[in-house]
Design a protein around this ligand. Sequence first.
Ligand SMILES: Cc1cc2nc3c(=O)[nH]c(=O)nc-3n(C[C@H](O)[C@H](O)[C@H](O)COP(=O)(O)OP(=O)(O)OC[C@H]3O[C@@H](n4cnc5c(N)ncnc54)[C@H](O)[C@@H]3O)c2cc1C
Length: 481
Amino acid sequence: MKKMSTDVIVIAGGAAGLAAAIAAAEHGARVIIFEKANKTGGCANMAMGLLGIETKRQRERLIGLTTEEAFSKFMEYTHWRSDARLVRAYLTKSADTINWLEKMGVNFVEPSKYFPGSEATWHIIKPKTGNPGLCAAATMIEIMTERARQLGVEIYLQTPVQKIILEDGNVKGIIAVDKTGLHIEARGGAVIIATGGFGDNPEFIKEYTGFEWGKDLFSYRIPGLTGDGIKMAWDAGAGKDKMGMELVYFAPNTGGYAPIELAFRQPNLVVNLQGERFMNEEIMENPVFSINAIARQKKRVAYSIINEKIINDYDKNGLDVINVVTANIKMEQFHQELAKAVRTQNENLVVADSIEELARKADIDVAGLKQTVDEYNFASKTRDLLFDKNYRYLKPIDSPKFYALKFAPSAYGSLGGIKINYKTEVITQNHQVIPGLYAAGTDANSIYDNDYVFILPGNSLGFAVNSGRIAGENAARFVKN
Ligand SMILES: Cc1cc2nc3c(=O)[nH]c(=O)nc-3n(C[C@H](O)[C@H](O)[C@H](O)COP(=O)(O)OP(=O)(O)OC[C@H]3O[C@@H](n4cnc5c(N)ncnc54)[C@H](O)[C@@H]3O)c2cc1C
């Protein structure tokens, strides 16, 4: 057994862990990070940007959203089920955090909305190479890792933490194991948990969220995000907080935002397996609202139905609804994937010359779909009496070829598990602080309760970095005292 000692031990070097380590070191603490993977960053390496409110960049772009307004939106959206003090602490810190990252050398593109009905809170990172897009935040992680090292933070890669050492109810350190199998006992005055949740743990997902991975959930599984920190915290006496998945909708097993989805993620006709409409398809732009509606349906699936005429219209005039991610996908890519999916008989896609054939192939009730399509086509000439959808999006499905793409629940990862207070101190079920134990990021992200607050985009990475910073500052103070 190798022995080490320091002031603050950070379990994991993802977005929250790095922010915590840097903040603690800036406040004078000696810090060690133990990271399970062979590089830092975890899930954050795939992200694009983080939330900031009242930042300098927003003011320069005349984006007037205030922290008070954002707080109100957040709390109304979550029906005040979230910890208001924690939400307030996070949102209030967010502008300073963008500044803090900029000082480290992180560059941002203009603050952006995610979809038209959201706010421009998403501070997308300008990557070192290429255009801003998926994985842009990997550049931020590189810069944060470098900054942590400059501050003297020791980072041990491929060294997963297995256990938190508790003595008389106080946190005294951790046990980790390095890649050679050598056990390490690291002692420190404070421990910060930030292991990124349980997105790669199907048993946890089944037990705590009610979804079954591969059956009715096709979420990202970032290797190593197996709920380790949550288990360790519970073993150390932490309370359990609300757990769920950060749900969105994708075509199953496509990896998310595949070009094939492009013309189907539009506010056209969407039906369940009974062939019935169940939502105003205008909400297709908000992946959270849409998946809430889809996940209620039989087998938790829905089909988006379009025809050749609609595709031709999109080719000529562009899509109806664009978000920051789909804006980077071209209709040529959609056509290429569509042709391939037809050739390879992709199970998510159905193509037919009649509505009956489409329904049979997709296992949708034939009579139900025929009736819905008749009503929908009539509504396109009159008005949508069912959901009052904007007439612009009532495009008739009245001539072949017909196409249907299946959508099902997916998720960026998990949410929540460890109960914390607004200082990010870990608390028991009975709200007693466990002295010296902190948690940040996805492991402790129960603030959405239940739904990802997508109207303020950049919220997950934003919560990770800001809660990490808060944890690091408080842990350093705790150790000093
Ligand atoms: C495709 C994709 C795109 C996304 N885009 C965005 C976006 O643009 N904006 C946004 O707000 N959010 C986005 N997210 C979500 C965002 O990336 C996460 O919310 C954020 O990274 C969470 O930070 P974290 O520190 O909690 O976890 P992570 O960044 O995942 O870090 C967790 C770390 O813990 C390590 N670990 C696990 N177990 C152990 C152990 N036992 N010991 C030591 N280390 C351990 C892991 O290896 C990992 O490095 C996206 C997610 C995905 C999948």
